[in-house]
Design a protein around this ligand. Structure first.
Ligand code: SF4
Length: 335
């Protein structure tokens, strides 16, 4: 099922299909991210039709840094999820998220259904800003076994929401209509707006009022400046963020601080890292780079982003030195 936003998106980007035998661990934009707990982030699709003015990953039509987007083959992604899940000690929670709008993957329902068949998975959630949500999609996701939608709705005001999302088609009343449908279908909703001090203070309070009336969960996010992200307003300290949430809690008698254990998320075994920092590795170029002057190589069943390279075609082997291995997101330079 191809969403109208997906159809528009594929015309304007270089879209790489990620399929066998390209490993699905190692890159931040696609595949699986394992941060050493029993929650796995699963990233099927990297592009986004929106251009949120605060976007930490510079996504969407207004991106100035991204040159390639990725779409992962659904069956292959499910295979990899099963492979990582069976290594974990605890039952596993899956969050389908990404550096774009993951639910725009044309096979998103198939992906949810495929993961649901794994009896060791106790929960599946998707993260979205809501633009691609339709009644048909939500009903399909509910039938496939989706448990929760994490909805990053940053304002209930129509024109403010359009401004924040950088998309004139962003329609709050339609998204709220779909929230009702999702609740009727048995999907939980967690509201995950981004607070940007001085830009959407009142909006966050109104979102919490709305969520309280509907009996929803909250996972309010702090605007964080990233080197490659879009800059807007001023980033507040974690202390100020916590004080802001505490004030709203008191004002509206709600709980805005949820701990990982409430979501049954615990430390768990990791598969890697399979490369040490400084290690020299030989790999073959398998994908174009996400950003300019990057390529992606494959080695030891992982992908590695090599930075500072130009015009090297796929299939070429190169020797690199690993510069980052945190959470098995690998970066390297030519050695
Ligand atoms: S914040 Fe999310 S929805 Fe907004 S542009 Fe970035 S990736 Fe897209």
């Amino acid at each position: 099922m191809k969403n109208k936003f997906f159809k528009t998106l594929v015309f304007f980007v270089r879209l790489e299909k990620v399929t066998e035998p390209i490993p699905l661990i190692g890159h931040i934009a696609f595949g699986i991210i394992d941060r050493g707990t029993n929650m796995l982030q699963v990233r099927p699709f990297s592009n986004c039709p929106m251009s949120c003015i605060f976007c930490s990953v510079d996504a969407g039509p207004k991106s100035r840094s991204r040159v390639t987007e990725y779409i992962v083959d659904a069956d292959y992604l499910i295979e990899w999820v099963n492979y990582v899940v069976q290594k974990k000690i605890h039952q596993v929670s899956i969050l389908i998220d990404g550096v774009g709008e993951p639910i725009l993957h044309p096979d998103i329902i198939k992906i949810v259904k495929g993961i649901r068949e794994n009896k060791k998975v106790f929960e599946i959630a998707v993260e979205t800003h809501g633009l691609p949500l339709t009644e048909r999609l939500v009903k399909g996701l509910a039938n496939a076994g989706l448990d929760r939608i994490n909805l990053s709705l940053d304002s209930l005001d129509e024109s403010k929401a359009k401004y924040l999302s950088g998309h004139q088609g962003y329609n709050v009343s339609n998204i709220l209509r779909i929230v009702d449908i999702a609740l009727n279908e048995g999907i939980k909703i967690m509201l995950t707006p981004v607070w940007i001090k001085g830009i959407n203070d009142e909006d966050i309070i109104n979102i919490v009022k709305y969520g309280k009336e509907k009996g929803l969960f909250f996972g309010i996010q702090k605007y964080v400046e990233h080197p490659r992200g879009r800059k807007i307003g001023k980033e507040v300290s974690w202390k100020e963020f916590s004080e802001f949430l505490s004030e709203i809690e008191k004002m509206l008698d709600v709980n805005l601080f949820l701990s990982p254990s409430q979501f049954k998320i615990y430390p768990d075994v990791r598969l890697g890292p399979v490369f040490e920092i400084g290690e020299k590795v030989i790999g073959e170029i398998v994908l174009d780079g996400w950003m300019k002057n990057e390529v992606i190589i494959s080695a030891r069943n992982r992908v590695i982003t090599v930075v500072g390279v130009n015009n090297i075609p796929k299939g070429v082997s190169m020797k690199v030195r690993i510069t980052r291995n945190k959470d098995e997101i690998y970066l390297a330079k030519i050695s």
